[in-house]
Design a binder for this molecule. Structure first.
Ligand code: PEP
Ligand code: MG
Length: 589
């Protein structure tokens, strides 16, 4: 407790606002936490025995899982565990660990980990898809052996009983997406950055979060008291009494502001001089519709449909997808619902479709590239979306378009899907609006060629920033370079909007930039027709819009156009928000 320990202040990147004070829950994996130690010569036999026992337990477990999978999903799906057994039985692998124990005089965990890393790295570099995939098998099996050596199982988020702050090295987007807000009061990770999908999920769920803390997962112990300030990106271990007192007052004052914002729910997103903005929400699953409604958004500008495909053992079929899209469309009708076709790859992977490891997954086999190469998967989804469009408020959008030809190919498949439905006598909206995400610089720069093939553009700034500035959106080491107010980004946004308007098509913005209250006036001034943001920030964005005059937004956009640096633009944005809505600055800083 605070009087027994000195407080430790750690600074990372606040990615989801809010303050929580709670106990820490360590989500560990043994391979991250095993302790390396030197051993005496007479300890070697004991270490070898521990290794042999852990191997036997591992083989039993793999057999058990194989049987369970085979019973539930058939022999084919159980086949991948043959490869795991091959690793656990691989004599040269096992011998190398035993030899390392005798020669290096280090504990078995350390020796095993090094041997396995050497094996998997060597496999990953081989120019043969089958062998490259074995690298993941070696890592999986090693993780299991390490777990058996420690005698513990990995702590899971589902083990949580009371609300806690989850501390982890990293979290997969699928792990974050399935968090229960009642149990996870906040989370903090060593890795990550503001536009990783894990961070986006945290904001969508309204769970305060910090990423990029480097070594929080080894500095915090289970059950430590921690204070997490998601606005400032501070994680304080064993907070002092003064610190708690200060935060107590701040939380109280923010609560007042938030309850005032909640009153805006049924108000329009209209500037003081009468400019009406379409303020919609980004969602990941049908259950998010509650948050869209309770926060007062007008429909959905981005339904990240790939989350229906994650954290499961098989692809969702047409019926299941139709049910999900139809539910969202009906519950929000007549407000629009833009369903984005699956954007897999990057930092979102299917566990049951094995893809080769990629050096640059965000620039790899992702999104529309994956879909065009997998027509059966793509057309199943297109039919499901089309069927849901019978309720007329559904729009369809392709992700990661980088050329006109991709739009044409996707549209051809859409026509085929329509034809299949007609042949079956199934109803859908023949005039469904089809749009593309503009999130690759080549698409922004050739928007005039793309425009004749679509009904709308939606600018995905999360990817547009990473591809334009050459800054990996999930790498915390270069997060300081990830600057949405960079003049190059503003230029691409402006170009896209102007081209959209010249072709009479509406242009929205659905990246995280649109949900940053500081940047809202700037984007409106540049001419965005729609802002689609995380449901939890809708009240703040609406407040800024309602306190703004459109002429102020235009003036800001002009000043920004003349600015040289991202910081200069950000300062201008902050000044205007401070002037018109100081309470928002208090909430976010
Ligand atoms: C974007 O890239 O801005 C976007 C909205 O898509 P995602 O974050 O899912 O890549
Ligand atoms: Mg994107």
């Amino acid at each position: 407790m605070s009087d027994e320990h000195n407080e430790i202040v750690m600074e990372g990147i606040g990615v989801s606002p809010g303050v929580v004070i709670s106990r820490a829950f360590l989500l560990t994996s043994e391979e991250e936490r095993y302790v390396e130690r030197e051993i005496e010569a007479d300890e070697v036999p004991r270490e070898k025995e521990r290794f042999e026992q852990a191997l036997v337990a591992t083989r039993h477990q793999i057999h058990d899982i194989q049987q369970q999978v085979s019973a539930a999903m058939g022999q084919d799906n159980a086949g991948i565990f043959d490869a795991h057994l091959l690793v656990a039985d691989d004599r040269s692998f096992v011998d190398e660990v035993l030899r390392g124990l005798s020669e290096q005089k280090r504990n078995v965990e350390a020796v095993l980990y090094d041997v396995a890393e050497r094996y998997s790295k060597a496999l990953a570099q081989i120019d043969d898809e089958y062998l490259r995939e074995r690298a993941a098998d070696v890592r999986d099996v090693t993780r299991r052996i390490l777990r058996n050596l420690s005698g513990k199982s990995r702590s899971e988020i589902s083990d949580l009983q009371a609300p806690c702050v989850v501390i982890a090295n990293d979290l997969a987007p699928s792990e974050t997406a399935t968090m229960d807000k009642e149990k996870v009061a906040g989370f903090a990770t060593d890795l990550g950055s503001p536009t990783s999908h894990t961070a986006i999920m945290a904001r969508a769920l309204g769970i305060p979060a910090i990423v990029g803390l480097h070594d929080v997962s080894v500095r915090v112990s289970a059950d430590d008291e921690v204070l997490l300030d998601g606005n400032k990106g501070l994680l304080i271990i064993h907070p002092s009494a003064e610190r708690l007192e200060h935060y107590g007052q701040m939380v109280e004052s923010r609560r007042h502001i938030e309850s005032a914002l909640a009153e805006l729910r049924d108000e329009t997103a209209e500037t003081r001089d009468g400019y009406l903005v379409l303020l919609s929400a980004n969602i990941e699953k049908p259950g998010d519709v509650d948050a869209v409604k309770s926060n007062g958004a007008c429909g959905v500008g981005l339904f990240r449909s790939e989350f229906l495909y994650l954290s499961r053992d098989a692809l969702p079929d047409e019926e299941e997808q139709f049910a999900a899209y139809d539910e969202v469309a009906r519950r929000l009708a007549p407000d629009p619902v833009v369903i984005r076709t699956i954007d897999l790859g990057g930092d979102k992977f299917l566990s049951h479709i094995r893809t080769a490891p990629e050096m640059n997954p965000f620039m790899g086999w992702r999104a529309i590239r994956f879909c065009l190469a997998q027509p059966t998967i793509f057309k199943t989804q297109l039919r499901a979306i089309l069927r849901a469009s019978a309720s007329e408020n559904v729009r369809l959008m392709y992700p990661m378009i980088s050329s006109v030809s991709e739009v044409q190919q996707a549209n051809t498949m859409l026509e085929e899907a329509k034809e299949e439905l007609r042949a079956n006598g199934q109803t859908f909206n023949e005039d469904i609006e089809v749009g593309v995400m503009i999130e690759v610089p080549s698409a922004a720069l050739t928007a005039d060629r793309i425009a004749p093939h679509v009904d709308f553009f939606s600018i995905g700034t999360n990817d547009l920033v990473q591809y334009t500035l050459a800054v990996d959106r999930v790498n915390e080491q270069i997060a300081y370079l990830y600057e949405p107010t960079h003049p190059a980004i503003l230029k691409l946004i402006r170009t896209t909007i102007e081209i959209g308007h010249n072709h009479n098509i509406w242009t929205g913005i659905c990246g995280e930039m649109a949900g940053n209250p500081l940047m809202v006036p700037l984007l409106l001034g540049i001419g965005a027709d729609e802002l689609s943001v995380s449901p939890s920030v809708v009240p703040m964005v609406k407040d800024v819009i309602r306190k703004l005059k459109y002429t102020q937004a235009e003036e800001l956009a002009l000043q920004a156009q003349a600015a040289d640096s991202p910081q200069e633009v950000l300062d201008l944005c902050r000044q205007l928000t401070q002037e018109i809505a100081p309470e928002i600055i208090e909430l976010i800083e």
